[in-house]
Design a binder for this molecule. Structure first.
Ligand code: ADP
Ligand code: MG
Length: 349
C-alpha cells in the first residue's frame, strides 16, 4: 500500500483513548476496511518525521498475534496510523457487552498475548508497555491479536508529554519509577486476565470504565476495608468520575455514568456504614503496598489458571516470569492443546 489520506473514506468511530481516536475507514482504491488511529502530536516537524520513521518498524511486525500495519502518515496536526480492522473490537468492549468471559477463552487470550509479546521481544526487542483489555482485539474468524505497542520511542515521549502516562494496569515497579521490562507487560496481562474472567476491573467492584488516569484529578475512589478493623486491605474500590469537564471524552456517557456513580456510592455507604474516599494516587500506593489481586473466589477457577495468574502478579519483578517462560505453564499448554473454538464464541455476539 501507498497510503494517502484522500483515499480513505470515514465510516464510523470505533473508540477514543488517551492519545486520540480510532475510526473505521475504507481504503477506496482496494475496498479494504481499516482502523485509522488519529493521534494529536504537539511536536516539532523534525520530531513528527522521526516518529513516522520509527513507526515503519511496524511493517516488519508479522505475527498472527499482532495487528497488521498498513502504514502511517502525517495529517497536520495529527499522525494517522492505519491498521488491520478487527470486527469484534477490543476485549473490554466485549466483556462489557456479554459479561464475564468464560475461562477457556480467557486462556486463549493469555496464549495470544504471550505469543505476541514473545514475538515482539525476541524478534524486534520491543516491549509492549500498554497491555490492557482495550489493546487486545478479536475478530469473527476467532483471531486474538494485540495492538498499540511501543514501537516508537519518540511517540512514547510525545504522548507522555501530553498525558499522564499512568494506568491502573501498571506494575508496582513501574509505579515506583523503574524501567519498563517485558515483565511489566506480564503484570498488566495478569490484571487484564482477572478483569476478563470476573467481568470487572480487579480493583473495582463494578466497571473499569474509568481505569485510565488521564483525568487524574477528576477521579475519586471509594475505599472499603476488607475486614472490619483491617483498614489496610481493600476489598472493593470503585472509581467515580466526580467532576468530568463536559469537553472530555467521556462527556457522552455522562448521564449513565452519573446514575452508576450514585448507585456505587450508596452501595459503598450501605456496605461499610460510611465510605472512605481514596485518590488515584492512593490506589497506586495500594498496588505497590498490598498483596496482588487473585483469581477468586477460591474454587471457582481451576488451579492451573489461578497458579498462572498468581505468577503473572508476583510483585517482585525478579520473581515474575517472562512471557516466553510463561508459555510453558501448564494452563497455557492445556489451552494450546484444547483447541478452543474462539470463532464459534466470537460469533455469539
Ligand atoms: P484505548 O486502547 O485506550 O481504549 P485507543 O485510542 O487505542 O484507546 O482505542 C480506542 C478504541 O478503538 C479501543 O478501545 C478499541 O475498542 C477500538 N480499536 C482500536 N484499534 C482497533 C482495531 N484495529 N480494530 C477495531 N477496533 C479498534
Ligand atoms: Mg489502544
Amino acid at each position: 500500500f501507498d497510503l494517502r489520506n484522500e483515499d480513505l473514506r470515514d465510516l464510523h468511530e470505533l473508540g477514543q483513548g488517551n492519545g486520540g481516536s480510532v475510526k473505521r475507514v475504507e481504503h477506496v482504491p482496494t475496498g479494504t476496511h481499516m482502523a485509522k488511529k488519529i493521534v494529536l502530536i504537539d511536536a516539532k516537524p523534525s520530531v513528527r518525521k522521526q516518529i513516522l520513521r520509527e513507526l515503519q518498524i511496524m511493517h516488519d511486525c508479522r505475527s498472527r498475534y499482532i495487528i497488521s500495519f498498513y502504514g502511517a502518515f502525517l495529517a497536520d496536526p495529527n499522525i494517522c496510523i492505519c491498521m488491520e480492522f478487527m470486527d469484534k473490537g477490543s476485549l473490554d468492549g466485549i466483556y462489557k457487552k456479554i459479561g464475564a468471559i468464560e475461562l477457556d477463552i480467557v486462556g486463549m487470550v493469555a496464549l495470544a498475548v504471550l505469543e505476541g509479546l514473545t514475538y515482539l521481544y525476541d524478534v524486534h526487542r520491543i516491549i509492549h508497555r500498554d497491555i490492557k483489555p482495550s489493546n487486545i482485539l478479536c475478530n469473527s474468524r476467532g483471531e486474538i491479536k494485540i495492538c498499540d505497542f511501543g514501537v516508537s520511542g519518540e511517540l512514547i515521549n510525545s504522548i507522555a508529554d501530553t498525558f499522564v502516562g499512568t494506568s491502573t494496569y501498571m506494575s508496582p515497579e513501574r509505579i515506583q519509577g523503574a524501567q519498563y521490562t517485558v515483565k511489566s507487560d506480564v503484570w498488566s496481562l495478569g490484571i487484564s486476565l482477572i478483569e476478563l474472567a470476573l467481568g470487572h476491573f480487579p480493583f473495582a467492584e463494578s466497571s473499569s470504565d474509568d481505569s485510565d488516569l488521564s483525568d487524574l484529578e477528576d477521579f475519586e475512589s471509594t475505599l472499603s476495608p476488607a475486614r472490619p478493623g483491617s483498614m489496610g486491605s481493600i476489598a472493593a474500590l470503585s472509581f467515580t468520575p466526580s467532576s468530568l469537564p463536559p469537553s472530555k471524552k467521556k462527556s457522552k456517557a455522562n448521564n449513565s455514568e452519573k446514575t452508576k456513580k450514585d448507585k456505587r456510592k450508596s452501595k459503598g455507604v450501605s456496605l461499610q456504614g460510611g465510605g472512605m474516599t481514596m485518590s488515584i494516587l492512593e490506589l497506586l500506593q495500594h498496588i505497590v503496598n498490598e498483596p496482588a489481586p487473585r483469581l477468586t473466589p477460591e474454587g471457582r477457577f481451576p488451579a492451573h489458571a489461578v497458579h498462572f495468574v498468581d505468577s503473572c502478579l508476583f510483585k517482585d519483578p525478579d520473581a515474575r516470569m517472562t512471557p516466553k517462560e510463561l508459555l510453558k505453564y501448564e494452563w497455557i499448554e492445556l489451552t494450546r492443546n484444547a483447541t478452543v473454538d474462539v470463532e464459534a464464541w466470537a460469533n455469539t455476539f
